[in-house]
Design a protein around this ligand. Structure first.
Ligand SMILES: [Zn+2]
Length: 131
């Protein structure tokens, strides 16, 4: 999948995911990378497959190299899936609802929570300090 190159003909203005340069219409080069922090918004089969856009083939190659060097952590993907579901609901969900909405099981939910506490950013959101 890293080898897939897509040269786009036209489309909305885009910015290079590497250098942030504005890409002229028709000049965007895009490709897929494996990224465990990416949960696909609608298709769980595409979880972890992030589409990146760059201003040139060299920058796409650099992006793909960086993502290849980045470890793919299943727990990180589960956290991304949970996060995505939480953003849709804005209210607390039961574990049963989370299981249904994320497609994860309770063991995975627990592992994601542990990973979040161990390596992720500090939890400082609504509901973190109830009572
Ligand atoms: Zn660039």
């Amino acid at each position: 999948m890293d080898g897939d190159l897509l040269f786009e003909d036209a489309g909305p203005p885009a910015f290079c995911d590497l250098c942030r340069a504005c890409i002229a219409p028709g000049q965007a080069v895009s490709g897929q990378v494996r990224d465990s922090s990416f949960a696909h918004p609608v298709d769980p089969h595409q979880d972890g497959d992030r589409m990146v856009i760059s201003c040139c083939v060299d920058h796409l190659a650099e992006l793909q190299r960086r993502f290849r060097e980045r470890p793919f952590v299943a727990e990180e993907l589960w956290v991304a899936k949970i996060d995505q579901v939480m953003q849709r609901h804005h209210v607390g969900l039961s574990n049963e609802q989370l299981v249904r909405e994320t497609g994860l099981n309770l063991v995975q939910l627990e592992a994601a929570a542990r990973w979040c506490l161990g390596v992720g950013p500090p939890v400082d959101g609504p509901g973190a300090d109830e009572g």
